[in-house]
Design a protein. Structure first.
Length: 326
């Protein structure tokens, strides 16, 4: 291996992050919210009603959240050292107004890590729901009712988000099932079957989309399937845009890139590897975005606006600045 080539793990990942479907059950990812924690969140909302502040100015220092801090400590341990997935259940969203629920996504998430911007304009909280917009360049698939293939959030960033949180305000009337796969397990599968493909670059991945790119930024970039910095596994997985990147540059993918994507796709899409469930109302699902990929099936909304599928998303990380480009 030359100095210019990326590092690659020489062995399988053998800890609890390398799970398969058969090794997990809901008890492995569900985390019950204690009555004390719910009381603290109720008190935080009551204080907010007495003395309103913008949501982004709220912090755990403005309200006593000792029970919530203990709970989120357990969540963080599962994300960093456990299976990489935790679903906190549940906050009674029906008690609260829309902005109050945004605050109840924002406050606990700060007990994990610092929230960071999810778009170049600095948006810290992101609404995942069908806006009715047609899918085209510049429109995120997450604001449609279309399926999302397995991906990690922000893979085009030098420092992608560490944890991704989704707070369930409403599930879909039908569909919208979330799926999760361990990229540690995918890495093990590829290392045994296609070791060279682990470090093969994927040229012409589309990097631009609504809120992602600044004016003048490149729309495409070359990235490896997996990265290893000598201490930790860092991956890139942006499945849905491989063709878009090739179209933007006018250059078709070469044979090595096609093989890399096909091998990755075969592993990630294997039902033996992933688990699935629906994020229910009042649950907050947290995922280690650097070790696991997620997807969503397409969905059908209820006709009433107040019953349409709606999740609030938060990104967190400790490295870099809180801006979109750290």
């Amino acid at each position: 291996m030359t100095a210019a080539e990326p590092l690659m793990l020489a062995d399988d990942i053998r800890d609890g992050r390398a799970w398969r479907r058969e090794t997990l059950s809901p008890r492995d990812w569900l985390v019950a919210m204690s009555p004390r924690c719910l009381e603290e969140l109720d008190a935080a909302v009551a204080e907010l009603r007495r003395n309103p502040l913008p949501t982004l100015l709220l912090s755990p220092t403005t309200s006593p959240l000792s029970a919530c801090a203990e709970l989120m400590g357990h969540v963080g341990a599962r994300l960093r050292d456990g299976i990489g997935l935790a679903v906190v259940s549940r906050i009674p969203v029906e008690r609260y107004e829309a902005e109050e629920n945004r605050a109840l996504c924002w406050l606990p998430s700060q007990l994990l890590e610092q929230p960071v911007a999810q778009a170049w304009n600095g948006a810290m909280l992101y609404d995942v729901r069908d806006t009715g917009r047609a899918l085209e360049y510049g429109v995120r698939r997450s604001i449609t009712n279309l399926d999302l293939t397995f991906h990690t959030d922000g893979p085009w960033l030098d420092v992608p988000p560490h944890f991704v949180g989704l707070y369930g305000i409403n599930p879909a009337q039908e569909g919208g099932v979330s799926r999760f796969v361990s990229l540690c397990t995918v890495h093990n599968e590829l290392r045994r079957r296609h070791p060279r493909l682990l470090v093969a670059p994927l040229p012409a991945l589309s990097l631009g989309s609504a809120g992602r790119a600044r004016s003048g930024d490149a729309k495409t970039g070359a990235q490896p399937v997996f990265e290893y910095d000598g201490r930790a596994l860092r991956r890139t997985l942006q499945r849905a845009v491989d063709r878009n990147g090739a179209e933007l540059t006018g250059t078709p993918l070469d044979a090595e890139s096609r093989d890399s994507l096909a091998a990755m796709r075969a592993s990630v899409d294997s039902p033996d590897l992933w688990v699935e469930f629906t994020i229910e109302r009042g649950q907050i699902q947290y995922l280690n975005n650097r070790v696991f990929a997620h997807s969503r099936t397409d969905f059908q909304d209820a006709p009433e606006p107040e019953r349409k599928r709606h999740l609030i998303r938060v990104w967190t990380r400790e490295e870099g600045r809180r801006t979109f480009y750290p």
